[in-house]
Design a binder for this molecule. Structure first.
Ligand SMILES: Cc1ncc(COP(=O)(O)O)c(C=O)c1O
Length: 431
């Protein structure tokens, strides 16, 4: 079937609320290239929104899946256990930040992991309130949507939201909430958390602060190096748990196993998903043993969570990242992308900011570099043209004016350069 026929069928079968970036339907994919049903190749600069860190159809993932499919595909871990679940939990316990005893359980999606992290944090502390950040994204279920900041399109028309969620500005230096400049600001925005304890919520009522170390959907916002440490310290002073949402930034994406490692921050709970299963749905909740073990048996769990196929894929992901040096590769690839973006920025005033960390790279479009008025329409036109020109891409930013790049970390150099050339040519077309 052709793309257009499938697109027509889709319009009759799938509601319009499910995003449709382009009328393109995949037939197969290998590493960083997706081939559509008409045989056209697209360079994958989105990795299924940060999922395919080890590339599409990595032979070791495929082999593990085939092997497991022949053995069994489901028992429900709570009824009959199996080794891949335990081994994957062990891996996360060992590699998430913090040299202390941890426990991990698995669910099916990023949002479900965040939901469970909140449940555990409330249970363990006996407190009810949660503090989240502006421009943060944690999912589309009701609790996670309540934590998510961006209104359009996520929150329009879906209220009411969960109570006891409070929000403070993040360290978004390009658009500083305090109109200061780093480093002379002394990273004062971290004190907005303490400010919230005077103006919004009693610190003793706060169970957890939840933060993306690098905000993903918000536009790859990287805080100054000392920011997260300051947030962690304030949390410690008040007996508040720090939950790191590493769903997008984890699993090698930023050049470390987990982004919080860049700043020596050891969260109490870490949530993972996306790249963990190389495309199979799985998400993890990892936390300090004494926190995780407070919850009574059957207080958490799910039918499919930690499905054996997904766990086998997860174990293969860890092996591939280790054996193929993908942590180092993430930094090399991200630096290369940012270099090319900076060269473009020198020529195109609409590129207001180039930023990122390791293999997270982004450009923010503005109408004017002085006023920094977001150029959402330009970003939209650019992204559409880019797709037409053969590069799968994903947007971001509260004002839809950011293009974020999440290539498979296994991408070959010629494919990366070809994709970047297309990005440059496309910029010339839309400017
Ligand atoms: C940081 C972050 N948290 C949570 C989620 C929600 O994950 P899922 O879409 O798997 O529910 C996402 C998804 O983009 C994310 O980027």
């Amino acid at each position: 079937m052709h793309n257009s026929e499938l697109h027509q069928l889709r319009s009759q079968a799938v509601p319009r609320g499910v995003p449709a970036t382009a009328p393109v339907y995949a037939a197969r994919a290998r590493n960083a290239v997706i081939t559509d049903v008409e045989g056209r190749d697209y360079i994958d600069f989105a990795a299924g929104i940060g999922v395919m860190n080890v590339g599409h159809c990595h032979p070791r993932v495929v082999e593990a899946l085939k092997e497991q499919a022949e053995l069994f595909s489901h028992t429900c871990f709570g009824l009959t256990g199996y080794e891949p679940y335990v081994r994957l939990a062990e891996k996360l316990n060992r590699l998430t930040p913090g040299d202390f005893e941890k426990r991990t359980f698995f669910v099916n999606s990023g949002a479900e992991a965040v939901e469970n992290a909140i449940k555990v944090a409330r249970y363990a502390t006996g407190r009810k309130s949660i503090v989240a950040f502006e421009d943060g994204f944690h999912g589309r279920t009701y609790m996670t949507l309540s934590l998510t900041s961006q209104v359009d399109p996520y929150k329009v028309g879906f209220g009411p939201y969960a109570s006891d969620v409070y929000r403070i500005p993040y360290a978004y230096c390009y658009r500083c909430p305090l109109a200061l400049s780093y480093p002379s600001c002394g990273c004062r925005c971290a004190s907005l958390l303490e400010n919230a304890f005077d103006k919004h919520v009693n610190a003793d009522d706060v169970a957890a602060v939840i933060a993306e170390p690098v905000q993903g959907e918000g536009g790859f916002i990287v805080p100054p190096p000392e920011y997260m440490g300051k947030i962690m310290k304030i949390c410690e002073e008040h007996g508040i748990l720090l939950i790191a949402d590493e769903i997008q930034s984890g699993l090698g994406r930023t050049g470390k196993w987990f982004a919080m490692e860049h700043w020596g921050v050891t969260p109490d709970i870490v949530v993972t998903a996306k790249a963990l299963g190389a495309g199979l749905p799985i998400a993890g909740v990892t936390g300090r043993q004494e926190i995780m073990d407070t919850v009574h048996p059957s207080g958490v769990g799910t039918t499919f969570g930690g499905n054996p196929l997904a766990c086998r894929a997860g174990l293969a992901v860890f092996d591939i990242i280790e054996s193929e040096g993908l942590l180092e590769r993430a930094t090399v690839v991200g630096d290369r992308i940012r270099d090319r973006f900076r060269a473009m920025q020198a020529r195109y005033p609409a590129i207001g900011d180039v930023r990122g960390l390791g293999g997270m790279a982004a450009m923010e479009f503005v109408e004017d570099r002085e006023t920094k008025k977001p150029a959402g329409d330009l970003a939209k036109a650019y992204r559409a043209k880019l797709y037409e020109n053969g590069v799968v891409n994903v947007g971001a930013g509260t004002y839809h004016n950011v293009i974020r790049i999440l290539v498979p970390l296994t991408i070959e150099d010629p494919t990366l350069e070809r994709g970047l050339d297309i990005m440059e040519q496309t910029m010339a077309q839309v400017s």
